[in-house]
Write a protein that binds this ligand. Structure first.
Ligand code: UT7
Length: 329
């Protein structure tokens, strides 16, 4: 039975179309200076109208499969972590399964908002450690532009589209996911705090819900900001303790990329050297479940994350959900 779950391949897909802060100035009452100062975001990627989340995920998955040097038929399980699925059902993961030809897998979606990918990694780790499965594809993918209210400057400047994928495989070598800490607090389950009010069984789609733009993301940004700054350092410290390591042991810290000011606050609370903190929110905005995995993939491909490095990742999102993990690459 494999004792560790290692990340043997990563991949990502960023749509080609770039939407800059200056482009947004033409759409809503905002400006580049405000967005940069308050969020650190300079531009974000936008998927074409005919692209659904699974289209991004398939592209990211193919890269991860290539890096891991596996056959899609080796994959036992596919998890797509997303809050912007192609459809409620079938799951986005089933479309991905078809797209990559992973006939031997079972496939499902996981809904934990921005914390989705870390939830997925934790589940993959448990499944591999249990001995039931050997090769798992975990994807974080979102097409946020389709659920954005492009007249709401409080939210439309923040999000972007992306997908990132990881192949997680059982190994006897002492590497991979060393510890995870995931949690949620349903006391914060509030669609107006952070969520999409309509389209589900609480408020099914109707002419009224469409007229009132209730199929778009709603957020009370300042409250969410404070929650993030509180919960991410806690989750990070908890997983460091579980892994039996300290901040000094970490080679690269990959926090959820929602806002550069949140990242700085979390970094300072934990006492990280800025050079050890990976930031790409300036280029991609908040891509929700995709942020940590597209950052990890980018860091690997840039050589900033190397074999043997110790990586700390931490996220938080709607729910409230949070997750952190320590990985030996
Ligand atoms: O993955 C987790 C999901 N989300 C997040 O993590 C987001 C967390 N929250 C945030 O990142 C920040 O709260 C925001 C970036 C959303 C907002 O920044 P803030 O510093 O908390 O600003 P604020 O909401 O307190 O708004 C300050 C002012 C307001 O004007 P008044 O009332 O002071 O006149 C807003 O109307 O800034 C105004 N404002 C804008 N101005 C220009 C809000 N959005 C914009 C905008 N452009 N896009």
């Amino acid at each position: 039975m494999a004792r560790y779950a290692a990340i043997t391949g990563t991949g990502s897909y960023l749509p080609e179309k770039i939407l800059t802060n200056f482009d947004l100035e033409k759409i809503v009452d905002t400006n580049d200076e405000w967005i940069r100062q308050r969020t650190g975001i300079v531009e974000r990627r936008i998927a074409e109208p005919d692209m659904a989340t699974s289209d991004l995920c398939v592209r990211a998955a193919r890269q991860a499969i290539k890096m891991a040097e596996i056959d899609p038929l080796d994959i036992d399980m596919i998890m797509v972590c997303t809050v912007t699925p192609d459809s409620f059902f079938p799951s986005t993961a089933c479309y991905v399964q078809q797209g990559i030809g992973a006939k031997n897998a079972y496939a499902f979606d996981l809904s934990a908002a921005c914390a989705g990918f870390i939830y997925g990694l934790d589940l993959a780790d448990g499944m591999i450690r249990s001995g039931r499965y050997q090769t798992i594809l975990v994807i974080g993918g979102e097409v946020f532009n389709k659920i954005i209210d492009w007249t709401d400057r409080n939210t439309c400047v923040l999000f972007g589209d992306a997908a990132g994928a990881a192949i997680v495989q059982g190994t006897d070598a002492a590497k991979g996911i060393l510890a995870s800490y995931v949690g949620s607090d349903g006391d914060y389950a509030d669609v107006d705090l952070l969520g999409m009010p309509a389209g589900g069984s609480r408020l099914p789609a109707s002419h009224e819900t469409v007229d009132q733009k209730l199929h778009t993301i709603k957020m009370r940004g300042r409250e969410v900001f404070k929650l993030g700054v509180r919960i991410m350092p806690e989750a990070a410290q908890r997983v460091l303790d579980l892994a039996g390591v300290t901040i000094d042991d970490i080679d690269l810290f990959i926090p959820h990329q929602a806002n550069a000011r949140i990242i700085e606050a979390v970094r300072d609370r934990l006492g990280f050297d800025p050079e050890k903190v990976y930031v790409n929110v300036d280029k991609y905005g908040n891509t929700s479940a995709a942020t940590t995995i597209i950052a990890l993939d980018e860091a690997i491909r840039e050589g900033r994350a190397k074999t043997g490095d110790l990586i700390l990742m931490v996220t938080f999102g709607a729910g409230l959900t949070w997750g952190s993990t320590v990985i030996r690459l």
